[in-house]
Design a protein around this ligand. Structure first.
Ligand code: ZN
Length: 623
């Protein structure tokens, strides 16, 4: 397999083409609607992805906030490009040893899914040919671009999509690597390294959604697939591995299809509305009431291959259904899953006869109020079925929270670019690059070395702080006087280990005050560091304060004297074993004691006390 990344990071230097603040808001003061159509690019041809998006004929509703301006509404030309954003992109280019272009030329990239009021996204190439080293391996950085972020989708209803303008125009740096990544874990590591470099500029926005990755994956004999907009870095590996499995599945399926002589006729769909009138329940019951059409197509040679051969999650039926949904249908029903949905064996037999199907042939049926939409949906299903005979069709896919992906649209082509005639080109002068080169920020590896030195921490721990975006939280807690080792352990081990409510739920993030209180309680000996995970778990579950969580966990009020008494009791109860087995008695007894201590005292303190007591009993036994 090979993979490449496109990392998109929001900058915190205002908007790219107007003076509005780059902040998200929940305040809506105004709204308006637009319709968009696909137009030709510089080469006059209409881009296939743009045409696809426009074909849905949706109305877009835009919600404006207190600071929205006419540029964002596309009622006024864009202002000159934000120079601070350009400086940040150029700084990154220098950090990545890339070659800045001589002149910045802003382009319009046609996007008609409503995410831009203009129908295009402004983008500019800033530098090319960079490189990055991660764990001793070199990766090429093919391009570094500066672009405007899209509007934020807030709602979707039949026929209408609502966006908020607050995110539109926030500057994004886009860093694209070459296709040299060879595994899911490598993809995650490269993304982490690029993330650390971006943060080094101190000009980036923080928090969920401020950095997004597009992952391109292909395997030998497969095709490039773009998984667009991954927000959780830790999920990258899962998406890459899932995509490799999907492409392998499709290549095996291709062989089966060829063995069964599969083909997809280009006949118009068969109108089966009449036949389905007898269905009284399920998705097809509308046919009987006369307000839905039912259309079917034959898929000769696809019989038995639409469901999963292994009972797993990968199946062609699901791929076909995703394509039907992309046309606005609710889904489809195929012959491998029938009888079901109120469709009887008898009805299946009749339909098979009408379509003149043999044993190894399959069919797909869809139903909708609009015959046009049903026809468009079946068109896409047929196209996808043809792609299965060729193997892996190239496409753009959406990442799902559960680690799977779903078809979203075709891969865009080259016809979607057009020069932005409202923005004059900007020459990149040698003086400008000299000035930026003289003030390059501290690189991640320099930051690591400095943090390790000044806090006496191992480099491996410091790396976790830097790559996990934890440096600021670490520094502010350490500055309050909390011991560096304790803070690092809390941030890199205890917090990520707090169980999540669901796999896609964000990591539990207590306030800095709560973390401070927890550290203070640990330092004061109120709880042992072994008790910290339990306290965090209770806080995540809603405990009102650190004190309340300590109380709830039963961790409070276990003194040094209590510990000595407990250890003494355990050792006395096992005095015989201690005398006969000596040192070898330590491990099993330590286990017994720790079970009762339950994180209320420090592990080191417990083991020291236990050794003392064992020694005492053994000396006594020998005298
Ligand atoms: Zn504005």
């Amino acid at each position: 397999m090979k993979a490449g990344l496109e990392v998109h990071q929001q900058l915190s230097v205002g908007k790219l083409f107007c003076a509005c603040p780059a902040e998200l808001t929940e305040q809506v003061t105004d709204a308006f609607t637009r319709s968009l159509r696909a137009s030709g690019g510089e080469s006059r041809a209409v881009d296939v992805a743009a045409a696809f998006q426009a074909s849905r004929g949706l109305v877009y509703r835009y919600e404006a906030g207190p600071s929205s301006c006419l540029v964002e509404m596309d009622e006024e030309p864009p202002h000159p490009l934000n120079e601070a954003a350009l400086d940040t992109a150029l700084t990154l280019a220098l950090l990545l040893h890339a070659r800045p272009v001589d002149e910045i030329q802003v382009m319009r990239k046609i996007v008609v899914d409503g995410s831009n009021t203009t129908g295009f996204q402004r983008t500019a190439l800033v530098a090319v040919d960079g490189e990055l080293e991660v764990r001793g391996r070199r990766y090429s950085i093919s391009t570094i671009c500066l672009e405007e972020d899209a509007a934020r989708k807030v709602r979707e209803s039949p026929g209408e999509v609502s966006y908020r303008l607050d995110r539109l125009g926030i500057p994004l740096v886009e860093i694209a690597t070459g296709p040299e990544i060879t595994s899911g874990s490598e993809a995650r590591e490269v993304a982490e390294e690029i993330g650390a470099l971006l943060r080094a500029t101190r000009r980036v926005r923080r928090g969920i959604g401020t950095i997004r990755e597009d992952v391109n994956v292909s395997i030998e004999g497969g095709h490039r697939i773009e998984i667009k907009g991954v927000q959780e870095l830790r999920m990258i590996q899962e998406y890459v591995e899932g995509e490799v499995a999907r492409q392998n599945f499709l290549l095996e399926l291709r062989e089966e299809l060829r063995r069964q002589n599969a083909h997809v006729p280009s006949d118009p769909p068969h109108d089966a509305t009449e036949l389905f009138r007898e269905v009284s329940s399920g998705p097809f019951s509308g046919a009987g009431r006369g307000n839905q059409v039912v259309l079917a197509i034959a898929l000769p040679g696809f019989g038995g291959l639409l469901r999963s051969p292994t009972g797993g999650d990968l199946r062609l039926g699901r791929e076909l259904a995703d394509h039907a949904r992309s046309a606005g249908l609710r889904g489809l029903v195929h012959s491998d899953e029938l009888p079901a949905y109120g469709v009887t064996d008898d009805l299946v037999a009749k339909l098979r006869e009408r379509l003149a199907l043999g044993d190894t042939d399959a069919f797909v049926v869809v139903t909708d109020r609009s015959p046009e939409r049903a026809r468009l949906g079946l068109d896409r299903v047929a196209q996808r079925a043809r792609g299965a005979i060729d193997g892996v069709p190239g496409e753009t896919r959406d990442p799902l929270p559960d680690g799977r992906t779903r078809y979203s649209r075709p891969l865009p082509g080259r016809d979607r670019m057009y020069p932005e005639t409202d923005i004059p080109p900007i020459t990149i002068t040698a003086e400008r690059l000299e000035r930026l080169r003289a003030h390059l920020p501290e690189r991640p590896e320099e930051l690591e070395a400095r943090l390790a030195r000044s806090n006496g921490l191992p480099l491996e721990v410091v790396r976790q702080l830097v790559y996990g975006d934890l440096v600021e939280r670490f520094t502010s807690l350490a500055k309050e006087g909390h011991p560096a080792g304790l803070v690092a352990r809390l941030l890199t081990q205890d917090l990520p280990a707090v169980p999540r409510k669901s796999p896609d739920a964000p990591q539990f993030e207590p306030s800095p005050e709560t973390l401070g209180a927890l550290l203070s309680a640990t330092e004061a000996g109120r709880i042992a560091k072994e008790g910290v995970p339990r306290v965090l778990e209770l806080l995540a579950a809603g405990a009102s304060s650190v004190e309340a969580a300590i109380e709830q966990a039963g961790l409070a009020g276990f003194s040094k004297d209590d510990l000595v008494a407990l250890v003494r009791r355990v050792v006395e109860a096992n005095a015989e074993i201690v005398r006969t087995r000596g040192e070898a008695a330590f491990s099993p007894l330590m286990g017994d004691v720790m079970r009762e201590v339950r994180g209320r005292r420090d592990g080191r303190e417990v083991s020291d006390t236990l050794r003392q007591e064992i020694d005492r009993v053994r000396t006594r036994g020998g005298s």
